[in-house]
Design a protein around this ligand. Structure first.
Ligand code: GDP
Ligand code: MG
Length: 199
């Protein structure tokens, strides 16, 4: 994907605050600290389009970005971070569910899971829920550089078995080495009906 422009558009907590819905949209979801901001920055070749978090789980807003005036990217607030106040946790579900069910231009959810971790109940519930609403998912295993190639393959096998999908359906990604960047763009482009122009 050749990135000509990448802009922050707005932050929202409710539908009235969402920007227009005329571009195909991709949402990114995952637990706090999974590497979501870093993944988005890597995808769009920007160091700080999305802030990487010193205090994970604090940003409880839905952030919208536009890429090349042709694609909308959405950074969903991370879930499952223990230090987030209960009041903030309570808002996460309804806010994200409203977004996911009401956004007509949403094409796919990129679901991030740390390659070193097990699949937890939150992720299983979230996946069931996305499937129920027929929202396509691209699962991504983040921070692949933290494991040797052998352990990457082991974890991929374990995690995809837990998710009940084929091992080839998951993208191994590293913001550090950029592993998986082109593969992920290809999958996103396919879901959004974009014509791929490589760098
Ligand atoms: N080694 C390594 N560290 C990463 C990678 N992606 C993110 N991190 C680190 O993980 C922490 C959380 O990253 P961030 O992108 O802010 O996660 P977010 O909370 O999901 O948005 C930061 O310290 C990042 O530098 C990666 O691919 N490899
Ligand atoms: Mg973040």
């Amino acid at each position: 994907m050749h990135i000509k422009s990448a802009h922050f558009i707005t932050s929202a907590v409710k539908p009235e605050q969402y920007p227009g819905a005329d571009l195909p949209e991709i949402a990114f979801a995952g637990r706090s600290n999974v590497g979501k901001s870093s993944l988005i920055n890597t995808l769009v070749n920007r160091k700080r389009l999305v802030k990487t978090s010193g205090t994970p789980g604090r940003t409880q807003l839905i952030n919208f970005f536009v890429i090349n005036d042709e694609l909308s990217l959405v950074d969903l607030p991370g879930y499952g971070y223990a230090k987030v106040p209960v009041s903030v946790k309570k808002n996460w579900g309804p806010m994200v569910e409203t977004y996911l069910t009401k956004r007509d231009n949403l094409k796919v959810v990129v679901l991030l899971i740390d390659i070193r971790r097990d699949v937890r109940i939150e992720e299983m519930n979230f996946i069931d829920w996305l499937e129920h609403y027929k929202i396509p998912i691209i699962p991504v295993l983040t921070k692949s550089d933290k494991l040797s190639k052998t352990n990457q393959m082991k974890q991929r096998k374990l995690i995809t078995a837990d998710l009940g999908i084929g091992a080839e359906n998951v993208v191994l990604f590293s913001a550090k080495s950029r592993q998986g960047k082109d593969t992920l763009w290809n999958k996103i482009s396919e879901k959004c009906g974009l014509i791929q122009k490589d760098d």
